[in-house]
Design a protein around this ligand. Structure first.
Ligand SMILES: *Cc1c(COP(=O)(O)O)cnc(C)c1O
Length: 298
């Protein structure tokens, strides 16, 4: 994105299954006094790593470098305080942990940053300062206001305020842990417990899910249970992801455990025969009763 906009940038490459090495960033900032901004992801959605927000911001601040944080998949579920962590700019949007519809993005920045006239912008659409000034001066959007999305988003923020960020994070973490338990016999979490975000979980099942084709087969199997996970295998780690955000019914996690059992035991089954329609078998096994609300099969 920076290249397209003609902005000079260096990237720091690090393994995606560990939290970010602050020492590597320190070495980079010490070695290059031309660096003015540091941009990084708070929660790395690909693997579910939570990166060390405070040490990174403190390091940058010591070097007089401004910080831009992609908090897309942490904001709303991982506590982030602008008072405690003096970042310069934090960006997120309505459609992840805020649990609103897609369509609104948020920028959290100091008034001083918003007011500064030091740099020219090269975009109309992305000119958040111009939009902010317009809000301040006229109370208006610069373009047609996305009224429905804003109303739904305001409602989502109201519900977040009621639940609270800490409790929402705990709710997601308990979904994550329930998914780990339900899939435990067949798949393992990619990350050390201390690096795991509550927001999404990367799993590996290295004997069975080695290629994208293997994951396609697991995906197609889960669809039979009306369960949908992220479709792409992350090749460097051979992991696949299950999201924990949103309003997840504990029933779906039980169903996921059963679906995994069926898939992985069938994979070991020498006859290779498909075990048959899932709902009937769930009834037979007594896992489900007719009184339970079932998701509608496709
Ligand atoms: C989802 C996500 C994005 C992209 O968000 P969009 O809503 O698709 O623009 C960027 N960064 C991170 C860390 C994300 O999780």
């Amino acid at each position: 994105m920076l290249q397209i906009r003609g902005i000079n940038a260096v990237s720091i490459v690090a393994p995606s299954d560990q939290s970010f090495p602050v020492t590597k960033v320190a070495a980079c900032l010490e070695g290059d006094s031309g660096i003015t901004h540091l941009c990084f992801v708070h929660c790395e959605t690909t693997t579910g790593v939570v990166n060390p927000l405070r040490p990174m911001v403190e390091l940058a601040t010591r070097h007089g470098v401004r910080t831009i944080i992609d908090a897309m998949s942490s904001f709303g579920a991982v506590e982030t305080s602008a008072r405690e962590v003096p970042f310069d700019v934090l960006v997120t949007s309505s459609n992840k942990c805020i649990e609103g519809p897609p369509g609104v993005s948020f920028v959290v920045a100091s008034l001083e940053t918003l007011d500064s006239k030091t740099s020219e912008t090269n975009s109309f659409v992305l000119d958040v300062r111009d939009q902010w000034r317009n809000f301040e001066q006229t109370g208006e959007w610069r373009s047609t206001p996305p009224t429905h999305v804003v109303q739904a988003c305001a409602k989502a923020l109201e519900e977040l305020a009621i639940e609270g960020v800490v409790r929402r994070g705990e709710r997601y973490a308990s979904v994550r842990d329930a998914v780990i338990r339900a899939t435990g016999p067949y798949a393992s979490p990619l990350l050390d417990p201390r690096d795991r975000s509550p927001v999404c979980l990367a799993l590996t099942a290295r004997d069975i899910v080695r290629t994208q084709e293997d994951l396609d087969a697991l995906y197609a199997h889960l669809v039979e249970y009306n369960l949908y996970i992220y479709t792409k295998l992350h090749l460097p780690t051979r992991s696949f992801r299950i999201g924990c955000m949103g309003c997840i019914d504990p029933m779906w996690i039980r169903l996921l455990g059963i679906a995994f059992e069926d898939f992985f035991s069938a994979s070991f089954d020498e006859s290779g025969s498909h075990p048959g329609p899932p709902y009937n078998r769930l009834m037979e096994k007594g896992h489900l009763t007719c009184q339970e609300t079932m998701p509608t099969p496709k």
